[in-house]
Design a protein. Structure first.
Length: 169
């Protein structure tokens, strides 16, 4: 699950001194779980009360420590101001079931289930010959890998055997 630093009040913001900031799970009224470390092991309160610093008659506010969550979130400030939704980036799939997550690969025009991408098999022999000649093997493998890359992923099937090749790029 992704970890996301809530950046909106990392620095002093004018007119937010001592403001109450609720971090809500995106699209709900549920308070998100908040933490003060990237490992999400030290819980902190929600809502957060911002620090206050008055300079030249302007009351600035910011979090007292960095604040993290693993949830897509939106903020409500003093029960009136709202932000848009922030979604933590997907950085790993440990403990997650994502086979039905929809993704759109680079160069693709439609979203597909993630597990469908792993079913894409490109047979190297559909794109040339494989044998004892490294130049021929390199051209065949480059073409097959290129098809997979253009599709945004997949598996290239190479029949069992030993095939010398030059550098693949």
């Amino acid at each position: 699950m992704g970890v996301h630093r809530i950046f909106e009040f990392d620095t002093w913001r004018p007119k937010y001194g001592s403001a109450s900031v609720k971090v809500l799970v995106a699209g709900t009224t549920t308070l998100a779980a908040l933490f003060t470390d990237e490992n999400l092991s030290v819980a902190t309160t929600n809502p957060q009360t911002l620090l206050s610093l008055i300079q030249n008659g302007i009351d600035y506010g910011k979090f007292s420590v960095p604040v993290y969550t693993s949830s897509p979130y939106e903020l409500t400030v003093d029960n009136t101001d709202k932000t848009g939704i922030e979604r933590p980036p997907l950085t790993d799939l440990i403990g997650a079931v994502a086979d039905k997550a929809t993704v759109k690969t680079t160069g693709a025009s439609v979203n597909r289930n993630l597990d469908d991408h792993f079913n894409d098999v490109i047979n190297a022999l559909d794109h040339g010959a494989l044998g004892a000649v490294s130049a021929t093997n390199t051209a065949t493998l480059t073409a097959a890998i290129g098809i997979a890359a253009t599709a945004g992923g997949g598996r290239v099937f190479i029949p069992s055997g030993t095939y010398p090749f030059n550098t693949l790029t």
